[in-house]
Each structure stands twice: as C-alpha cells, then as structure tokens.
Write a protein that binds this ligand. Sequence first.
Ligand SMILES: [Zn+2]
Length: 309
Amino acid sequence: MPEMPEVQGLVEFLGGRVTARTVQRVHAAAVAAVKTYDPPLTALTGTRVTGATRRGKFIDLAVEPGDGTGEDGDLHLIMHLAKAGWLRWYETLPARTPALGRGPVALRVGFDDGSGFDLTEAGTAKSLAVYLVRDPGEVPGVARLGPDPLSADFDRDAFADLLAGRRTQIKGVLRDQSVIAGIGNAYSDEILHAARMSPYALASSLTPAEVDGLYAALRDTVTEAVAAASRRPPAELKDAKRRGMRVHGRQGQECSVCGDTVRSVYFADKSNSSDIARQSRGGSSMEYCPTCQTKGKILADRLRSRFLK
Ligand SMILES: [Zn+2]
C-alpha cells in the first residue's frame, strides 16, 4: 500500500507535470471506485489544474472550472489508492477508452498536451476510491485525518498528547489515520524498529524517554522516506520503498542493526477489510526484530493463537 512518502512522490510528480494543464478527457472504468456524483466526473473536462497536494494518503488534484476567473471555486479530484492501487503516468496517453469494469484501470485522465494518467488497481478486492468535491472536507476519510507528521506544529509535545490516555497497542495507534495522517503498516514497522520498541507496547504506558525516542524515530523515518520518494517518477517509487525498508517485508533476513533474524507476525486487520492479505492469510503481517524490539521475545501470531484455543 502506498503510504505518505509514496503519495508525496506521486503528488510532487503530478503537480510538476499537470499544473496549468487543461483536462481533456476523463473515463471512469471502475464505476464502483467513484464515490461521489455531484458534481459528476464529466465536470472535470475543460478545467485547468491549479495544483496537487497530499492529504494523509490521499492525492488532491485541484482544478479551476469555467473561464479561469476562479469565480466558481476550485474542484478537487481526491484519490485514494488503497492497498493495491497505483498511478501510471503516460507522456502519451492511449487514445482508446479503457474497458468498463474489466482490467486494472479504474480511472483515466487525459490532458491537453496528450499526456495523462491511469489509476490502476491489482487483484479482485477493489477498494481504490475517487471523489470529485468542492471542498476536500466532504471526503469522510479526509475530514477525519489527524495531524500530518511533517507539519511544523507536529512537535514532541503534540505527539505525546496524541498518545496520552490511549490504552491501545502503539502499532495500531501509529497507523490510525485519525490519530496521525499518512503512516500505514510498512512505515509503522520501520518507525518501531528505529525506536527499538515492541509493536504491542501500550501507547498510554510509554515513559517520557520512550516518547522522545519514538517521536525522533517517526520524524526521521518519514523525513528520510519522503526525501527518497521525492522527484522520482511513479514507476520507481515502489522499488524505492522496498529498498528503504529495514524490517518490513524482510522476514527471515538479518536485522541490519543487530544481526538477529527479522520475524513476522500476523494480525487481524480491521482497517483493511478488503485487502488481499486478508483473503489469503486471514490478516496482515508486520515485521520486527526480537533483539532490537522485544528483548528477544518471539511474538505470537494473533490469529493462530486465537484459533488454537
Ligand atoms: Zn535487530
């Protein structure tokens, strides 16, 4: 799943390519992906792009309708790539209309210079979502976003306030979009490894020193990942993400810090009811290093241990 660094990379790329371009055509090939109907997607045709921004893991493409006087107010094409979605850029967009309801293309948007992009989604579980709204706050997932970890006011005390009183596991808190925007399963694994903290630590029980360490790990991990994603074309972003991971997706490999074997643990994933991992394995997996994070303790699979009772 693309998380904030990849989405930031996509937004910077898209903003650089399409700002001031006019939208020439829009095709929704996956009708279920379009979550709004007023204004209709066809309202995008003839609008001029004013910029691209990131909101958590959402891409916000702002366009100016009508005669360019701005009197009608901007529209926002908000896109969420979910677990298996991606953006494919074309210098020359294929002329044909993507097949309705078949194939990986969910949305195709073309611009006046012949360029354009597809939003694609792999697999059968479809959760990619597209919204066309007058105000980004009309999108429920955007309205409930917590603070962005790269915003100037996201300081150590603001982070401590978010954790205070939450008697839940830190792994879940870090990837809860309503607490902190943009961090998902992969980067929360990386942050916890950098902070040498168990994913099962209770947020409300962290000592001030642990909060210091976790805050620093979060800012460093996210800042580094955003820098690595910045100015890369969309086709390179997934590999860049994979390469940057120290524990996530590296089960069975050596921890680069201590040499112990990176372990994987499965957990029921309530935040992603339609994800692919859930279909095949009954949940999602997270990775951690026992020596670095759990004093050598091997964490039990949440699902397996429950089913064995
Ligand atoms: Zn280690």
